[in-house]
Design a protein around this ligand. Structure first.
Ligand SMILES: [Zn+2]
Length: 451
């Protein structure tokens, strides 16, 4: 079995129950898993040894919400200064031009950028199936993840209520509900792997209360539970959505979801910004998950999610960059800093660097229902992000090398990233794909789509 020893790291953050940080420590990887953590570990015969001096090792981050294809639509001028509903109605017609090749390239860029920021497990919410395109469009994202070597949680999204039926999206980007359910089942059978250390696990994800019917939400939950896969959707993101739900369903977004069976340890919501005290308590009590997307919420003026309250209530909470058209970046380490800072607007002690980093790693793993990633311990997946602190941006911060990752704005690229023991980022570059070529192809595809 291939072995790799990361030797004498400045600090190793275990993300265990006591928030242990080891100084001058080693991490030994064997095959796809972590074998040992500690000081002066012996390198097995034939092991590759990497000098980690001056570097910090953290568990690979976990991104809990994304729309990878949106990396093709960053900074679109007409959608730069828009609220969520304005932003969506501006971009739906452009998204309608997506085809398999563009989906693949966009996913490679979004996932590649995540890897470079130290993220080793990523969820994606793919809900755009333009009329005339095959349902296998989403399969391109799985292929992209395999090419890059990142652990992947694709969620089969859906939209079924178009503008003619009172929904927000135009009719030519929604699908019939029987087709959605049929393809959801196909997608689970094709790609879901429930085994420990799985590289791909599937979830089902109707898009939002303003683009699917209550029936589809209910039937999707039944199908997911039959196959023991997770459930994901956007919820309580904006006050516009709240008004829409009150007018159309006579209830607030959370009640809409809850009454359709959408709470519990197999469910997670993106955003959950506008919640009452009772709703926070119920999300916590039911161990429902939340993907916190601070940059996207600021970018679209949606609001500030009550993350400290949700954490206290017992909710599972992870971080997420959201789609790259509302961020407009897939940098999870930048999201850690955004999370650290934004909650301090209410109370300076509301968010610590340690908690923000914990949400980005262990918290995200809990949201995705995984106990084999998000921490550094023997037997867990060898998913590690190594950041080099020998950089002017970190000079003077070595008294807390882990905290420095959240407080200082460094080069924003991990030096080395391992997923399942495989080196996927080396010397700050993607190891398995040609970055220059990828950037060129993405710019060509984006130019075709955004005219
Ligand atoms: Zn989203």
């Amino acid at each position: 079995m291939d072995a790799l020893l990361l030797r004498r790291a400045l600090a190793v953050a275990l993300m265990d129950d006591r928030d242990t940080v080891l100084r001058d420590a080693d991490v030994l990887v064997e095959g796809a898993a972590i074998r040992a953590v500690g000081r002066d570990l012996a390198a097995p015969a034939g092991a590759r040894v990497l000098d980690a001096s001056g570097k910090v090792i953290v568990p690979g981050f976990v991104n809990t919400h994304h729309h990878l294809v949106q990396s093709l639509f960053r900074a679109v001028p007409a959608a730069q200064d828009a609220t969520l509903f304005e932003w969506l109605t501006t971009l739906y017609p452009l998204w309608a031009g997506l085809e398999p090749e563009a989906v693949r390239i966009g996913a490679l860029v979004g996932l590649g950028e995540l890897l470079l920021s130290g993220c080793t497990t990523a969820a994606d919410h793919f809900y755009l199936f333009p009329r005339g395109q095959p349902s296998t469009l989403i399969d391109e994202t799985v292929a992209a993840a395999r090419e890059l070597g990142i652990r992947f949680h694709p969620t089969r999204g859906s939209m079924s209520v178009g503008a003619s039926q009172g929904g927000l999206p135009p009719d030519h980007v929604v699908q019939p509900e029987d087709e959605i359910l049929r393809d959801s089942e196909r997608f689970i059978r094709a790609f879901h792997d429930p085994a420990p250390l799985a590289m791909c696990r599937v979830g089902l994800a109707p898009c939002s209360p303003f683009s699917v019917s209550p029936e589809l939400m209910r039937e999707t939950a039944v199908l997911a539970r039959e196959h023991r896969v997770t459930l994901h959707t956007h919820l309580a993101e904006t006050l516009d959505e709240e008004r829409y739900c009150l007018e159309r369903f006579g209830k607030r977004p959370f009640a809409f979801a809850r009454d359709l069976g959408w709470v519990g340890p197999d469910v997670w919501f993106a955003h959950a910004v506008h919640l009452s005290d009772d709703e926070v308590a119920e999300i916590g009590r039911t161990r429902t998950g939340v993907a916190h997307c601070p940059t996207s919420n600021l970018r679209l003026g949606s609001g500030i999610a009550r993350i400290p309250d949700l954490v206290r209530a017992g909710a599972r909470v992870g971080l997420a960059v959201d789609g790259s058209a509302s961020n407009d970046s897939s940098d999870l380490l930048a999201e850690v800093r955004q999370c650290l800072l934004v909650h301090r607007l209410r109370e300076v002690r509301a968010m610590s660097a340690r908690l923000a980093l914990r949400l980005a790693s262990r918290g995200g793993a809990e949201v995705l229902g995984r106990d084999d990633v998000g921490r550094i311990a023997p037997g867990l997946a060898a998913d590690l992000a190594v950041f080099d602190l020998q950089d002017i941006a970190y000079a003077g911060a070595w008294h807390d090398p882990v905290g420095a990752l959240a407080f200082c704005v460094g080069r924003r690229r991990a030096d080395t990233v391992l997923v399942g023991g495989r080196v996927v980022v080396e010397h700050g570059r993607l190891a398995l794909v040609d970055e220059e070529r990828l950037v060129r192809r993405q710019n060509e595809a984006a130019a075709r789509l955004v005219k």
